[in-house]
Structures are given as C-alpha cells and as structure tokens.
Design a protein around this ligand. Structure first.
Ligand code: GDP
Ligand code: MG
Length: 439
C-alpha cells in the first residue's frame, strides 16, 4: 500500500499547480491502493469523496505546495478514519478495573492478555491475569507460563468451574490482594457461534467489565472487521486489539475497523514477544501507511519554532547569496530546537537517504559545540569570506577553538554544502510560490 501511494504522491508533489483532473487522477490511485489493501469498499468510497471535497476549494498554506496539501488532507483523513486520536481504555474510578478479552481461536487473546498486563504495569497498574478459557487444557497453562515470565499473578480455578464463577471469584481475589486491574482471558471458537456469545454475555452480566476488548488478527483483513461487527452487536465492544500487524503490510483492517464498527483500535500487536504491544496512534498509522515518515509533524514543528522574521531575513540572504558562517551557526542552533538532528533528517522523506544530508546529519549535539567554537574563533572578516580561509588561518582557528584542522575543514565543507542546498531549496520555494491554488 505504502509503495503505491508513495508513487502517486511523488508525482503529485512535483506539481506546482494542481488541476481538478490531477486530484481526480491521484484519488483514483488512492482508491485502487486502498481496495488492494483490503479496505472496505464503502469506506473507500466515502473516504475518497471526503478528500476530494476538502482538496477542492482549499485555501493554500504558504508553507505547503498544492501537492503537499492534498497529501496532508489524505493523511489527516486517514487518521480521522481510524479515530483521530489515540483511544485509551476505560479505567474504573473504583478499583479494580475489569478488562475482558474476547475473540476467536488463535486471534491472540492469551498472548495479548499478558502483553496488556506488561504494558499497563509500566503505567503503575497492578494487574491480575485470569484464566477464563476452560475448554482447552493448554490454555490455562499457557497463561500461567506467560504470567511467570512477567512476574504477574495468574488467577485460575482449573477447568472444572464455569467461566462466570471464575470471573466472579477473580474479582474478589483482586480486591483481597490489592490488584487494581483484572484482565480476563476467555475461550474462543473457530467461528462465531451462539454458545461462545452466550458464555461471554453471561460473564459480562456477572462482573460488568469496564472494558471489553476484541482481539482480532489483522492478517485476516475484512474478515477481522466482520468479526468485530458480530461481536459488537452481541456484546457491545469498547475497543479492539489488532494483533499480528507486524505481518500485515496492507493495513486494511486497521483502516476499516473504526469506520465500519464504530469501535476504535486501542492497541496493536506487533510481534510475538511480550513487549510487542503498542497503543494504537491513528496519525502514526496513517504516516506508516503513506510511508511518509513524520514529515507533517516536522512541518508543524518547524512552523512553531522558527521565528518568521528570521526565516524571511534568511531567505533574503540566500537570494542575495550572502549566507555567511554566522547565519550557518544561527541556523544550526534553530534546527537544534526541533530535536536531535539525526531525527529531524529521518523525518524528511527522501532526504534521509541523500548522502549530503547524511553528512550534515553527522553533526550531533556534541559536535555542535565544536562547530560553535570554531565559528566563534574566526574573525568577522573570515566569517564573511569562508572561501578565503587558507591553511594558516585554519591552523590558527583550530588552535583557538581547541579543535583540529580536520574539524575546521569539515565545518567549512558542511557550510558550503548547506549553502548550496539552501540555494536549491530557495529555487524550489520560488517554483512553489508560483503554483496556484487547487481549483
Ligand atoms: P488465542 O487463541 O486467541 O488465545 O491466541 P494466542 O494468544 O494463543 O495466540 C495465537 C498465536 O498468535 C500465538 O502463536 C502467538 O504467539 C501469536 N501472536 C499473537 N499476537 C501476535 C502478534 O501481534 N504478532 C505476531 N507475529 N504473532 C502474534
Ligand atoms: Mg487463548
């Protein structure tokens, strides 16, 4: 999915001006890509419709090209489709909080129960795992082994008691032992059947869980969504744990789940290990699907932290090709406000792999101290004429800043590269400005 969309967007990005036909063409590709990823047809149709409406008649932000705007809209709408913001589990004001996991055989309930205990324990909860699958003899043992690995207590009454009685007794046990989070593992079936639903409904009626989470296998695509609909209509789900997302490159289930069932995905299973459970972030998932890195986060961050006047001044200087070492230093310091340089470069798609950017990226925070020392050791005359800094000047600067001549050389080289790159960016900026609005 990511590959197809990326290609579409590459084409879109290159355009200065977008016509309605461009948007239509891009949306056709997006539609095809989503359907290919096993996203529900109705969801795709509505999604494309919404993006088109927003893309057309959109005011252009100065900072983005029309192509980038469309991409931003697609990204925002994808995130909205998956629930927008990250959904947390319901916590009972009066402990313990009861979480019940339901789902079909092999979906990952037992594993997820243990993972959830592990994750939530890190936020200060004191979990109790409850072995409520009494039909498969190995199921109880499986949970006990996982509990042992995590050093989390497992409540079990063997396989002779009913799951309802076990759940009731487990809650009492949790109260008695000061456990504030009870995670109930339940029995699944190969397919949805009446007996399973009745049993789960009986557990629900007996202990009133605060959170009923469906565990489904992402690899099953639309089937996972159908399963969720069935469980939701009978039990009323609070959310979904989507497992095996590590094996599903298509992401179709993640995309359709909220839109079709109304239930947000709250956690994603991303591996077999017990730490392979992540809170599900719709925006990050959208980025992953689009394969864009965190480019928009970067844009937002940059907008927030760069001083507009300064940027204007800098742009003026670039245009007049009088970008100096002083500016270079100032700029490095600005960029550093955004976060570690490596991370910033990683967020810019395409640039992470550019050799020049890699070299720039090699400036870490420690090195910045050297860069600063080196530039400060230059005279104002030198700072304005970096290409006239000869060997003896370089040696003096190195001595003055407590660095080596190689370091001085490398700073001067990085400066030249940056200057060149900035000139390219400013050329790009000019062509962006020329691009009109999306009709
Ligand atoms: P249950 O029948 O619903 O209780 O399913 P289990 O918890 O026993 O899991 C079934 C299989 O799926 C096990 O082999 C797990 O290791 C595996 N599994 C569960 N979650 C994930 C996941 O997020 N990623 C991967 N790769 N495997 C998983
Ligand atoms: Mg199980």
């Amino acid at each position: 999915l990511a590959e197809k969309l990326q290609e579409t967007f590459r084409r879109l990005k290159g355009k200065g001006r977008l016509t309605e036909a461009d948007v239509d063409e891009a949306m056709k590709e997006v539609k095809r890509a989503l359907l290919g990823a096993d996203v529900n047809f109705q969801v795709v149709k509505k999604f494309v419709q919404r993006v088109k409406e927003r893309a057309i008649g959109q005011d252009i932000l100065d900072s983005l090209t029309p192509g980038q705007q469309v991409i931003k809209i697609v990204r925002d709408e994808l995130a909205a489709l998956m629930g927008g913001t990250q959904s947390k589990i319901n916590v009972s004001p009066k402990p313990p909080t009861l979480v019940m996991l339901v789902g079909l055989h092999g979906a990952g309930k037992t594993t997820s129960a243990a993972k959830l205990a592990n994750t939530l324990r890190k936020t200060g909860r004191r979990p109790l795992l409850v072995a409520g699958d009494v039909y498969r003899p190995a199921a109880i043992k499986q949970l006990q082994v996982l509990g042992q690995q995590l050093d989390v207590p497992v409540f079990s009454m063997g396989d002779r008691q009913s799951p309802v009685d076990i759940a009731r007794a487990a809650v009492e046990h949790a109260v008695g032992t000061g456990r504030d989070l009870v995670i109930i593992d339940t029995a699944g079936r190969l397919q949805i059947d009446q007996e399973m639903m009745d049993e789960l409904a009986a557990i629900k009626a007996a202990v009133h869980p605060h959170e009923i989470l469906l565990v489904v296998d992402a690899m099953t695509g639309q089937v996972a969504v159908n399963v969720a609909e069935a469980f939701n209509s009978r039990l009323g789900l609070d959310g979904v744990i989507l497992t095996k997302l590590d094996g599903d490159a298509r992401g179709g289930a993640a995309l359709s789940m909220k839109a079709v069932t109304g239930c947000p995905v709250k956690f994603a299973g991303v591996g077999e290990k017990l730490d392979a459970l992540e809170p599900f972030h719709p925006d990050r998932m959208a980025d992953r699907i689009l394969g864009m890195g965190d480019v928009l986060t970067l844009i937002e961050k940059a907008q927030a932290s760069f001083d507009a006047d300064q940027v204007a001044k800098l742009n003026q200087k670039i245009k007049n090709v009088e970008f100096t070492l002083d500016d270079f230093l100032e700029q490095l310091q600005e960029v550093r406000k955004l976060g570690p340089i490596q991370q910033i470069i990683g967020m810019i798609p395409g640039l992470g792999s550019m050799k020049k950017m890699k070299e720039l990226g090699d400036i870490d925070d420690k090195e910045l101290v050297y860069v600063e020392a080196i530039i400060k050791s230059m005279t104002p005359w030198e700072r304005n004429r970096p290409h006239e800094i000869n060997g003896s000047r370089r040696r003096r600067i190195a001595r003055g800043s407590g660095t080596s001549v190689q370091q001085v050389n490398s700073v001067l080289k990085q400066f030249e590269q940056t200057k060149k790159m900035m000139r390219q960016f400013s050329e790009m900026g000019k062509s962006m400005k020329k691009g009109g609005r999306v009709p």
